[in-house]
Design a protein. Structure first.
Length: 171
């Protein structure tokens, strides 16, 4: 299969960053996995060549099938979505799959590696950020689930990784 220029840019971006990936046969799609702070984040990157668009979709490893927990997860992702500038969380109602999706339309069919890299970082970071809150909701039962205050949960600083404060912290 002949790759579009945009898909070639996506592949080059992954190779330049040293990110492992696999191509999906017959489609301009790659799959990859990243070890983040709280969880492993699996994602796929799809090129929509006629639109000059790249979409990055990160997937939670959890399925939400219990209706009571699904309602609380929906509240969580809707409250998180209000705070986002790029991308959004989604829930596939039938499968219970939680996803984070960010898409960019490029001015040219070559794309821009730094934007593609940013989309991947954003998708991994957002899925990782929500992971501990998702886990709290999914492990809650009965009265604990009903009494769970999602607004308060979103304010918990202990669920966020520490941000390095100096260059030495990055090593």
């Amino acid at each position: 299969m002949l790759h579009s220029e945009l898909f070639a840019t996506v592949l080059s971006t992954f190779e330049t960053n040293g990110w492992n990936y696999s191509e999906v046969s017959g489609r301009e799609v790659i799959r990859a996995g990243f070890e983040a702070h709280h969880t492993r984040v699996n994602l796929h990157v799809q090129v929509f060549e006629p639109l000059a668009a790249v979409s990055v979709v990160a997937e939670s490893s959890n399925q939400v099938n219990d209706p009571a927990k699904r309602d609380r997860i929906v509240e969580l992702i809707m409250r998180v979505n209000k705070t986002l500038t790029v991308g959004n969380f989604e829930l596939d109602w039938d499968s219970g799959q939680i996803m984070f999706r960010a898409t960019n339309l490029f001015a040219t069919h070559q794309g821009e590696p730094t934007i593609i890299q940013g989309l991947v970082h954003n998708a991994v970071g957002e899925m990782d950020r929500i992971a501990p809150m998702e886990s709290i909701v999914l492990s809650a039962e009965g009265a604990g689930l009903a009494g769970l205050n999602i607004e308060d949960l979103l304010q918990r600083q202990d669920l966020l990784p520490e941000i390095p404060t100096s260059e030495s912290d990055h090593q």
